[in-house]
Design a binder for this molecule. Structure first.
Ligand SMILES: NC(=O)c1ccc[n+]([C@@H]2O[C@H](COP(=O)([O-])OP(=O)(O)OC[C@H]3O[C@@H](n4cnc5c(N)ncnc54)[C@H](O)[C@@H]3O)[C@@H](O)[C@H]2O)c1
Length: 342
């Protein structure tokens, strides 16, 4: 087998900061891609990634130039949030068929919808990096839930560091994965703006609280940021037969089965952060070939985004908001913070 057969997917990594490095780790571990290009206006960052992973990729300062010269099959977009939609548009225009993008999808609800429309129209595979779905502890708990170990799900408590959109997306995605991706039915949200945060050029509240009721009647209470969090980030799930508390990366804090006091969780051993990026890459490459929806599909990311933007809209309207979310043409939190919308 020649090198092209071994490395048949021409991959580019766009953005070579913290997350670009993580994507590189995943691509190298998967082993099926040839990394033809690393893109970053800070050239030294692209060169550092090439050196660290022993890649003989072209180094580009500009996405457009790279797309024209290299014609990659696939790209990893490890860019700040506002750059996601424009980069996805350019890649699709250049015929890229597989796009692995960082979360959150975009900084406004219409931009998230637009990404969904582009994905649908192009038929390209677009995934968003909620990589924690692949943490062994989270996979183990999803299996126990499917096997009914905790009975029927009744209620969830959701926790995250501040920033509903940037950090909260991991918790809401984790909750949706435990609930079998059931959409939300209505939400009610509140916020504390006496302190604010700004992550990756997206400003947000210091504390958000809320209630999310899902279509099956299960309810989730949430606190993202602020004092007195009893889990820094993760989910507590109450079922009819037991409950568990799990952090973002699948570390199980407690798990109980009510009618079997001797039962103990036995998640797979090892570092929960190891290997998840290999799965992120394999998911995007393999799911379409198997005719399956990727575990990190844009459809799932859009469902999480809908809940997050509905919570923001509820804060703006000071009303309970029904889903599907309609009549939201911006990021309501930007208005609450008195910021210009573009
Ligand atoms: N999945 C996760 O767990 C996780 C964790 C942290 C951050 N994130 C998300 O990842 C994204 C990126 O975060 P990061 O920590 O890698 O940021 P970073 O600042 O470390 O890296 C971003 C890189 O993009 C480069 N860049 C800027 N404009 C560019 C352009 N037009 N083309 C190519 N490169 C460009 C910058 O020079 C920088 O090197 C954010 O959207 C963030 O929300 C996800």
């Amino acid at each position: 087998m020649g090198p092209m057969a071994e490395h048949s997917v021409r991959m580019a990594i766009v953005g070579c900061g913290g997350r670009g490095r993580e994507f590189a780790k995943g691509v190298v571990a998967d082993g099926r891609c040839e990394v033809v290009a690393l893109v970053d206006p800070a050239r030294d960052r692209a060169e550092a990634v090439a050196k660290e992973f022993g890649l003989r990729s072209g180094v580009y300062a500009d996405l457009e130039a790279m797309l024209k010269t290299e014609r990659p099959d696939a790209v990893c977009l490890a860019l700040w949030t506002r750059l996601h939609l424009p980069a996805i548009e350019r890649c699709l225009d250049a015929g890229v068929r597989t796009i692995l993008c960082e979360k959150p999808m975009a900084e406004t609800w219409p931009k998230c919808r637009r990404i969904g429309d582009l994905a649908e129209r192009s038929g390209a595979t677009i995934t968003f990096c909620h990589q924690r779905r692949f943490a062994p502890g989270n996979r183990y708990l999803r299996r126990l839930l499917r096997d009914g170990v905790f009975g029927e799900v009744l209620r969830l408590d959701l926790y995250s560091p501040p920033h509903l959109l940037d950090c909260g997306t991991h918790t809401v995605d984790q909750a949706l994965s435990f609930l079998g991706e059931i959409p939300g039915k209505w939400v009610l949200g509140g916020c504390d703006l006496s302190k604010t945060v700004n992550y990756f050029d997206v400003p947000a509240e210091g504390t958000a609280v809320g209630v999310v009721v899902f279509e099956n009647g299960v309810r989730a209470q949430l606190q993202f940021g602020g004092p007195d969090l009893d889990l820094w980030g993760g989910v507590r799930l109450h079922g009819t037969r037991g409950f568990f508390e799990v952090l973002w990366d699948g570390e199980i804090q407690r798990a109980v089965v009510y009618d079997d006091p001797s039962w103990k969780p036995e998640p797979p051993e090892g570092d929960p952060r190891e290997d998840v990026m290999r799965h992120v890459v394999a998911d995007a490459l393999d799911a379409p070939a198997k005719g399956e929806e990727p575990e990190l599909s844009w459809q799932k990311a859009l469902r999480a985004a809908e809940i997050l933007f509905a919570l923001y809209e509820s804060m703006r309207r000071r009303e309970r908001v029904e889903l599907p979310l309609t009549n939201v043409n911006d990021n309501p939190m930007f208005e609450l913070l008195g910021l210009e919308q573009d």
